[in-house]
Design a protein around this ligand. Structure first.
Ligand SMILES: C[S@@+](CC[C@H](N)C(=O)[O-])C[C@H]1O[C@@H](n2cnc3c(N)ncnc32)[C@H](O)[C@@H]1O
Length: 194
């Protein structure tokens, strides 16, 4: 219990430090709450062999929830832009494919992965899309569309809780959306499919 508390505290202080260094990219002052991460993990694919692509894993709060919900670690690919956070994730999830790179290059990064992954069963994203332009978000949406399998879901949270749709999702159907109040700040989790 004490160890868990200390780990959470050290993740929060690391997050805050990274936010102070680069607020626009970090996008939040603290890791997501267990309520928010559980809501994201609800949308794992049923096929246990399917790959899942996580975008913007940060200190691994959502990652941890995905694995606890049954995702095999070797089926997780996570793209994190911040090298300090990517280093931490490597240590924390040694069997996952942790990529230190830009989510906007996901097509190239997945092609360069050891197994050359062309399709994923879900995209679980914490990217702060509000901090990117409409054009950038649309470009990302198209890349996600091309990698997501026909029944797969793109799960995205946003702090703009009044809007059900996030930027860049225009080419997708909105299949579910809910507000998670127990998070700092409250967030909306929306789910999109092709
Ligand atoms: C709001 S934080 C979410 C962190 C974690 N998933 C959570 O929910 O606690 C957003 C994360 O996206 C990462 N990020 C921002 N821009 C990125 C990009 N272009 N490619 C990959 N990761 C990016 C940030 O470094 C940060 O870790």
């Amino acid at each position: 219990m004490a160890r868990k508390f200390i780990a959470a505290l050290s993740d929060s202080s690391l997050f805050l430090r990274e936010w102070l260094a680069n607020p626009q990219h970090t996008g939040a002052v603290a890791p997501s709450s267990p309520h928010l991460t559980a809501a994201m993990a609800d949308w794992l694919p049923l096929d246990r062999d399917a790959y899942v692509l996580e975008l913007g894993p940060g200190t691994g709060a959502v990652t941890d929830a995905l694995l606890k919900r049954g995702l095999r670690e070797d089926r997780l690919i996570a793209i994190e832009h911040n090298p300090n956070l990517a280093k931490l994730l490597h240590k924390r999830f040694p069997r996952a494919h942790i990529i230190n790179g830009d989510a906007w290059h996901l097509d190239q990064l997945l092609r360069d992965c050891p197994e050359c992954i062309t399709q994923v069963g879900a995209v679980i994203s914490s990217l702060p899309l509000l901090n990117f332009s409409q054009e950038q978000a649309d470009a990302l949406g198209l890349k996600i569309r091309s990698i997501l399998d026909s029944k797969g879901s793109w799960v995205q949270y946003s702090y703009q809780i009044g809007r059900r749709r996030s930027r860049g999702t225009g080419e997708f159907r909105l299949v579910a959306s809910k507000i998670v109040w127990f998070n700092l700040p409250p967030a909306r989790v929306s789910v999109y499919q092709k």
